[in-house]
Design a protein around this ligand. Structure first.
Ligand code: MN
Length: 656
């Protein structure tokens, strides 16, 4: 348990570098807060003052201006004690009082429905941020300390807060270039969102500590020797990679932590850009670099202003170390982002490029959105990393990472989205669901009779496209006037599940069919030029008299067919694949539209899909039902269950 006696020396050493007068005011604020929080305890049983004091330490470590530290110490005084804001104004002045008021306003909410609290808090917070980023930095420091004391809260609350941190607060810190905060928040959140994975990683590093120290000191020694020889000023910092980045890698490549070869990293800090490149060159003469792993973020800074050189070199057999090279000021900026600007007080302001997301955020605040819509836009559009793609006219379109040609089409115009039939990236046809590559030139082929498809909802990334597609589909449903589906009863669900397992379907395992808009019995043949195989990405060419000819999407001969644009259609592999199994899962989930999307996204990742979604429709919080899915036999069902189970709002899932 933390105590004031243990924390004060840490606070004092973090304040080295601040002016005497500033430190005096900071301690005046500390004593004021301590006096007024006397007798209050946190859920952990600790004295309440531990909380503002910890925030003071986090802020001081970031070298933010002293007013922010003072406001951090006082941030709960107005809300949780009988102190009035006027008293803060009298004692500490307007500037500090405004910051305290900003943070207080975020936590105070007008009464709203429970389901809306999350979105409303975030709406308030981001609104406060538009006016003053300093408020957000204090709020983020508050979040770090709250996240590190989550173990004292009930599990469900813990998970909810951790998810919100992963979806909003950590990406927000990233947008502001504050990796110091982002990395901490992600690791703290991972611990509660995926405790098993967190422990695997933690234990691994705990056991490898000796090995790590040995490897790092080996490199350090060799590097020191060489750099001294070249009279290049430098300092070396060893760093443990943050757990969440390891976790992402394990997930992305579906590998165990033992199979990640570059678990260790060091940073070399020097005095000038020229020396960064010089050291980079020296490192490559000492060790063999992995070709695909150089990154020059000095010549091409990241959008949030991040600058550094990265390279991964092989230091011993099978062991690689990632080395980052940067100047001291780049380092400060990479760690503290917008907060670093105030520290240097160079009058530097974040560039337009860095603030672009903030401009977008302002626009979102002008719209009259429901809490749910607002939360989705923030999470899926504003805070996602972005890519830039080009239209054939050379216009740049910015999209969130993972966006597809359909997202692109809707961004250009709703009608282009609705009529989108196929797409090309840098001249080659790509499937509509493929994530676009940064910098690609994207073309959309539209068809007069093309229409949005239900399946698009499983892969579009922007809420804009999703909204337009849903609207179109619901309108068309109305026009078609279908009979109202009867509420699904338990017995019925079971019948349907049995239907999916009809043995005759299995007997057709050797049969291959191709679907066009769900239509199966069409005449088709496979193109000889590219000879598509099961599960290749394919397109159909409507020939004259020979039915549909199936090509691979990237088949070169398509480029030579004159009327290809008018005759290409979307096709997909149909029938029961020889290599898939139908699974039905019993699930208990929260009533939420998002879960359908999240679950189908997970299945898609494993080349599976949802066949039936049989969840009863009542207003209860927890819904029971069945999801019938098709999953390739070579995919690990346990892994899929594991991922689905970890979704926010999934209470239980079992193979039926
Ligand atoms: Mn607080």
């Amino acid at each position: 348990m933390e105590t004031v006696e243990l924390l004060l020396p840490k606070f004092e050493s973090a304040l080295i570098g601040y002016a005497r007068e500033e430190i005096d005011i900071i301690f005046q604020a500390f004593e004021f807060a301590q006096k007024h929080h006397t007798g209050q305890k946190r859920a952990s049983g600790e004295e309440f003052i531990i909380h503002p004091l910890s925030i003071g330490i986090i802020l001081a470590k970031m070298n933010v201006d002293y007013e922010m530290i003072v406001a951090g110490l006082l941030h709960d005084v107005v809300e949780d004690t009988d102190v009035q804001l006027s008293e803060i104004i009298d004692l500490f002045g307007n500037k500090i009082a405004e910051l305290v008021d900003g943070v207080t306003k975020i936590s105070k909410l007008k009464p709203v429905a429970r389901s809306e609290i999350k979105a409303e808090t975030i709406r308030k917070m981001l609104f406060a941020m538009i006016n003053d980023m300093k408020v957000i930095i204090i709020k983020l420091a508050d979040k770090i300390h709250n996240m590190s004391t989550l173990n004292f809260l009930p599990e469900e609350k813990r998970k909810r807060i951790a998810n919100e941190t992963m979806e909003i607060y950590a990406p927000l810190a990233g947008k502001m270039g504050m990796h110091f905060i982002k990395d901490q928040l992600e690791d703290l959140a991972l611990r509660w969102i995926n405790p098993d994975a967190f422990l695997v990683i933690k234990n691994f590093f705990d056991n490898k500590e000796k090995d790590r120290e040995r490897t790092i000191s080996l490199i350090t020694r060799k590097l020191e020797e060489k750099l001294t020889q070249y009279h290049t000023p430098f300092s070396i910092k060893s760093r443990t990679k943050h757990y969440y980045s390891i976790f992402k890698k394990m997930k992305k490549y579906n590998i165990r932590i033992e199979d990640i070869y570059d678990l260790y990293g060091i940073r070399v800090i020097t005095d000038s850009v020229e020396n960064c490149y010089k050291i980079f060159g020296i490192i490559h003469t000492l060790w063999h670099p992995i070709p695909s792993r150089f990154r020059d973020f000095i010549a091409h800074p990241k959008q949030n202003g991040y600058r550094s050189l990265h390279t991964t070199v092989i230091v011993e057999r099978g062991k690689a170390v990632e080395i980052q090279i940067r100047t001291e000021s780049m380092h400060e900026f990479n760690e503290y982002g917008v907060a670093a600007h105030w520290y240097y007080k160079k009058g530097a302001v974040p560039s337009d490029k860095q603030l672009k997301w903030l401009t977008k955020l302002k626009e979102v605040h002008k719209q009259n959105l429901s809490s749910q819509e607002y939360y989705q836009i923030i999470r899926d559009d504003i805070l996602k990393d972005e890519i830039y793609v080009f239209t054939p006219m050379g216009d740049i379109i910015e999209l969130p990472k993972g966006a597809t040609a359909v997202d692109f089409a809707y961004r250009i115009h709703t009608e282009v989205g609705h009529r989108c039939k196929s797409a090309k990236s840098n001249g080659a046809i790509i499937p509509l669901h493929t994530p676009l590559k940064n910098g690609a030139l994207v073309e959309i082929n539209t068809g007069k009779y093309a229409n949005p498809k239900q399946a698009w909802l499983t892969f579009v990334k922007t809420s804009h496209a999703r909204k337009k597609i849903k609207y179109f589909l619901s309108k068309r449903k109305e026009e078609l006037k279908p009979q109202k589906p009867e509420p699904v009863k338990k017995e019925k669900i079971e019948d349907k599940v049995k239907l999916q397992k009809r043995p005759d379907k299995k007997n057709r395992s050797s049969h291959i069919s191709v679907e066009v808009n769900g239509e199966k019995n069409l005449m088709f043949s496979f193109a000889k030029c590219c000879n598509p195989q099961r599960d290749d990405f394919i397109v159909g060419y409507v020939s004259r008299g020979r039915g549909i000819i199936i090509h691979k999407v990237d088949c070169h001969s398509l480029n030579y067919i004159k009327d290809v644009d008018k005759r290409l259609i979307d096709v997909s592999w149909g029938g029961v694949k020889t290599s898939t199994i139908i699974y039905s899962f019993f699930v208990k989930i929260k009533n939420s539209m998002d879960l359908y999307d999240h679950i189908s996204e997970i299945l898609r990742k494993y080349n599976g899909r949802i066949i039936e979604w049989l969840i009863d429709n009542n207003p209860n919080e927890a819904l029971n039902g069945f999801i019938v899915t098709e999953i390739p036999t070579n995919k690990n069902v346990d892994a899929i269950i594991y991922e689905i189970k970890n979704l926010d709002g999934v209470f239980d899932i079992k193979v039926k």
